[in-house]
Design a protein around this ligand. Structure first.
Ligand code: ZN
Length: 130
């Protein structure tokens, strides 16, 4: 099992930066590239236009820095100032990520002292056929 301790700290710190005036639901994400770099994200809400999830913030930061190869993402979310609960990427984020990753790209979520691991293929079936 890979050690996610650093990512968990980073994700929790990112949750504190989330701008969640409307939902009060704070999410942090840590994206790791195949070359070992990490890019963080938090959700940023907006009144009137679509809010941006932590996962897509992390991906856009990485892509804008020239990254193209991604290994895994860790996502932690829950009500502001509360412990994380089970939080997986929304359908929009799953579809977004699938553009940039292989079918074995790993998605982790951590809550209640548990680490759950998925692949993008498991969370977005039918998108990796051919
Ligand atoms: Zn999302």
């Amino acid at each position: 099992m890979i050690n996610l301790d650093d990512d968990i700290i980073l994700a929790n710190n990112m949750r504190k930066r989330a701008y969640t005036k409307y939902s009060g639901y704070n999410v942090g994400a840590v994206l790791k590239t195949k070359n070992g770099k990490k890019y963080t994200g938090c959700n940023v809400e907006n009144n009137g236009i679509q809010s941006i999830c932590a996962e897509r913030v992390a991906f856009c930061k990485a892509i804008s820095e020239g990254e193209t190869e991604f290994e895994r993402i860790l996502v932690m979310g829950g009500p502001k100032d509360k412990e994380p609960e089970k939080c997986l990427p929304c359908g929009y984020c799953r579809q977004f990520m699938s553009e940039f990753v292989d079918k074995d790209f790993k998605i982790f979520t951590v809550y209640d002292g548990k680490i759950e691991e998925y692949t993008i293929e498991e969370l977005l079936p039918n998108s990796f056929e051919i």
